[in-house]
Design a protein around this ligand. Structure first.
Ligand code: GAP
Length: 516
């Protein structure tokens, strides 16, 4: 492993730590139930995080539903009849392979463990294992060097070999220690672990009252397909969109909000004729890529994975994963999948109710096929924050160098659109005028009034939370320097830190043009 690689891995970890710390310090994301020690896999969004998340969901709804004639929305229940999850296949197969460490009792997803060994004289020696991460090769090497130091491996190491645990032979499995142990063979055989959270409906906790918290929002859409068709008279091809919570009892939640046990999805099931499936898959991929650009994630940071057939769900006729370059690696933001007519067919079989679509023009009956763009709200919020985060050295108002932390959110995502500052808090005319400006802007955008400290400090506080504009009300505004500048304000832009003098009468239009 080269030094350059290890220092860039280290830089990525440092960057992620800075982002997590900013998120807590400024009220974007907190650990859930923190005062009780937290709950693994769950996070709470603070005041600014809630605004950011709402901006994302609102924009998705606007672009995917309201701006289109061919998509309608719905809002399904989190709890559904258990038979929904039996028909969809989730009860039978929605699982991940789990392994336990016999020594420490820690649990791991078997498909996220890699094992490594040292090749000496053409043979493998000194097995170790690590969990999947951008730094795993380096970690494995360190572990092997430790064994070598203690005399556990002798001879010249020609190479290190690394393989997924799932591909180990039984003989190798018996020699592999768990990632947090050094004893060989401390991992149990993989077993399937269902990811759905089980619960009971009503006061009696028996088998017939069992149901599950939904692991995806999609199924309520399939189950209500007929009702939506009949009540809205919308014609194929058309989509049903939904935003809502989903729950998965992930074995290893990790990477901040990236893999959580409670999260939100934004999903569309787009119903079409069979022959339209594949062309629509490509069309939706483009639509979704454009969306990410519109919220400030540049195309060059997005990767498209054409999921190979053997890795796709058995019903999928094609799947693209849209991935983003997070500091912790290139990871999935959204799946765009052609689900054929699998789901509607299964629900028709299990419910005994017809879910066929009748073409009014030709009287033709068929079970529609489906293209599904399925995005994660929390992952997208995290990508937007990671993309926006920046630190730069600037010369401040006093001529001194300082590091400016700035979230360069696209203005439409920014939690607060405009900061409003009276130059001095003890000059009543300035305060009154600033409050007046606040009332002009408030009905149209989220604004924040701040009169505390030097204006430079106030700018810095807004930079750190990504506010694109700040307006300062000064002596010119209240006419103390003559009538010419009266009723004008200074508008300061976050990224270039440039300032412009704008008439209060033009301020709303000026800002709306830039934040919408
Ligand atoms: N209906 C299809 C479906 O649910 P998925 O790939 O399992 O497909 C879709 O999930 C999206 O939901 C993912 O791309 C991701 O953004 C988000 N997601 C899935 N599991 C998640 C988790 N544990 N934590 C956060 N987001 C998750």
């Amino acid at each position: 492993m080269s030094k350059a690689k290890s220092s860039s891995d280290n830089a990525r970890n440092v960057l992620m730590d800075k982002i997590v710390s900013l998120c807590k310090r400024r009220g974007f994301v907190f650990q859930s139930s923190e005062i009780y020690g937290g709950l693994n896999g769950c996070r709470d969004y603070g005041p600014l995080g809630a605004e950011l998340k709402k901006n994302l969901k609102d924009y998705w709804w606007t672009r995917m539903v309201r701006d289109r004639d061919d998509v309608v929305g719905m809002d399904g229940a989190i709890l559904q009849n258990r038979r929904v999850w039996e028909a969809s296949g989730h009860v039978g197969t929605f699982s991940d392979p789990l392994v336990d460490c016999k020594e420490t009792k820690a649990r791991f997803r078997a498909d996220q463990i890699f094992y490594a060994s040292a090749v000496i004289g053409g043979e493998s020696h000194g097995y170790v294992s690590v969990t999947e991460s951008p730094t795993m090769a380096e970690e494995a090497e360190q572990k092997i060097r430790k064994i070598q130091k203690k005399g556990g491996i002798k001879g010249e190491i020609a190479a290190l070999e690394m393989e997924p645990l799932m591909e180990a032979t039984p003989e190798e499995h018996a020699l592999i220690p768990s990632p947090n142990s050094t004893e060989p063979g401390t991992l149990t055989e993989p077993r399937e672990f269902n990811l759905m959270f089980k619960t009971y409906v009503g006061p009696v906790e028996n088998d017939s009252n069992v149901t599950y918290l939904r692991p995806e929002t999609a199924q309520a859409i399939f189950v209500q397909f007929k009702n939506v068709c009949d009540s809205s008279r919308i014609k194929i091809p058309f989509g049903i969109a939904q935003i809502g919570k989903a729950f998965r009892n992930e074995i290893n939640p990790r990477n901040f909000t990236f893999r959580s046990r409670e999260f939100e999805q934004m999903e569309i099931e787009y119903f079409c004729r069979p022959e339209e499936g594949l062309p629509l898959l490509k069309e939706w991929l483009e639509t979704r890529l454009k969306f990410y650009e519109e919220i400030g994630i540049p195309r060059e940071k997005l990767h498209i994975l054409d999921v190979p057939e053997k890795e796709r769900a058995h019903y999928s006729g094609g799947t693209y994963d849209i991935e983003y370059e997070f500091p912790f690696g290139i990871q999935e933001l959204e799946g765009v999948a052609y689900r054929t007519n699998y789901d509607l067919t299964k629900h028709q079989e299990h419910s005994g109710k017809t879910l066929e679509y009748i073409d009014q023009a030709t009287n033709e009956k068929f079970i529609p096929h489906v293209v599904e763009p399925s995005a994660g709200v929390d992952r997208t919020v995290l990508a937007v924050i990671c993309e926006a985060f920046d630190e730069e050295t600037i010369t401040n108002e006093k001529g001194k160098e300082e590091v400016r932390t700035v979230l360069r959110f696209s203005p439409r995502m920014a939690p607060i659109k405009c900061g409003i500052f009276p130059l001095l808090k003890n000059k009543p005319e300035l305060v009154a005028k600033a409050r007046e400006v606040q009332e002009v802007l408030r009905p149209h955008m989220n604004v924040f009034y701040d009169e505390g400290g030097a204006v430079g400090r106030r700018y810095r506080r807004q930079d750190e939370i990504g506010t694109p504009f700040c307006v300062t009300i000064d002596f010119d505004t209240i006419g103390e320097n003559g009538p010419e500048a009266e009723d004008t304000v200074t508008v300061r832009e976050r990224d270039a830190m440039t300032q412009e003098r704008i008439k209060i009468a033009d301020l709303l239009t000026y800002l709306l043009e830039r934040v919408r």
